[in-house]
Design a protein around this ligand. Structure first.
Ligand code: SAM
Length: 285
């Protein structure tokens, strides 16, 4: 496996994913019951944007660095979380999904993070050493669906929660076979949870089989949120990305309805060349 998220931290795909992740967490903690979050492909949890890996690609310059405050509440929420991370770790820090989960969830909630690469997993463990709410597993995140769901921590079960699946797609479209098998396993074991699968968009039409497959998953509802920063006419580069949200909590549609066009306006490469989309593949009853 060659993928290292340090080269991509803070790019337009992270902006979409992390804005949505915070909105999902905020919706979950609106109720007092404790929540459990499983991050199957966690990365190292914390990144630096002013180091060689990040500067070589410059992806954050086309992502988080372009976002302005005061345009949309969900984007302000994301920028506030980044500020909180930077207050603690310095001006070039960027929070990965485990850090954002730990930031947005509460003391009574629990988080499990899986990371397969030994070096990344060791960094993740170090970043959360001493945080009793976060468990780090150096293991395959797909297999964790079976091992860790339904969640039970110190004898406590969780009715509410979230599973984030954020693979590197080194297997290209074949990654969906693994991701969907994991989603089926997860939905069978923890049917009421929210599941979020991130995916890259190169050419949208290549995603049609995946979208058809998504409607057959045994979730109560399925919402698609996509952000393209340029036309989806090249199979060679990531022109945007999307999130398949299964059983999304109440209020998410409203939150993303304004956030997606606002992200598009700030992140598209030139005016009008991008796109955004929020659509139910399966409507809630
Ligand atoms: C896109 S990055 C994760 C970024 C992170 N979710 C975030 O938003 O900050 C994908 C990560 O998955 C890890 N990975 C790849 N295959 C995996 C697997 N089968 N199980 C767990 N982790 C895996 C990679 O090493 C990489 O760190």
């Amino acid at each position: 496996m060659n993928y290292r998220h340090a080269f991509h931290a803070g790019n337009h795909a992270d902006a979409l994913k992390h804005v949505a992740l915070l909105a999902l967490c905020d919706a979950l903690v609106a109720k007092p019951a404790p929540c459990f979050a499983l991050d199957t492909h966690a990365g190292r949890g914390l990144y630096r944007l002013e180091v060689e890996d990040a500067l070589r690609t410059g992806e954050a310059a086309g992502g988080v660095a372009r976002l302005l405050r005061g345009v949309d509440p969900a984007i302000d929420r994301y920028l506030d979380a980044i500020d909180a991370c930077r207050e603690r770790y310095g001006a070039d820090a960027y929070p990965g999904s485990p850090w954002l989960l730990a930031h947005a969830l509460r003391a009574q909630d629990r988080i499990a993070c899986c990371e397969l690469q030994a070096e990344e997993a060791a960094a993740l463990k170090a970043n959360f050493a001493g945080d009793a709410c976060v468990a780090v597993h150096a293991r395959d995140g797909y297999a964790a669906m079976k091992a860790l769901l339904p969640p039970k921590v110190d004898g406590q079960r969780f009715a509410r929660g979230l599973v984030l699946i954020d693979p590197p797609y080194e297997a290209q479209l074949a990654e969906f076979d693994s991701a969907f098998a994991a989603l089926r396993e997860g939905l069978a074991r923890w049917p009421q949870a929210v599941f979020a699968l991130w995916y890259p968009v190169k050419q949208r039409r290549a995603l049609q089989p995946m979208l058809r497959g998504a409607t057959t998953l045994p979730a109560k509802s399925a919402l698609l949120a996509e952000l393209l920063v340029r036309a989806d006419d090249s199979p060679l580069r990531m022109n945007g990305s999307g999130l398949l949200l299964l059983n999304p909590p109440f209020g998410i549609e409203e939150r993303l309805r304004t956030a997606l066009p606002a992200l598009q306006a700030m992140l598209e490469e030139s005016t009008g060349c991008g796109d955004s989309r929020l659509a139910w593949l399966k409507s809630p009853d």
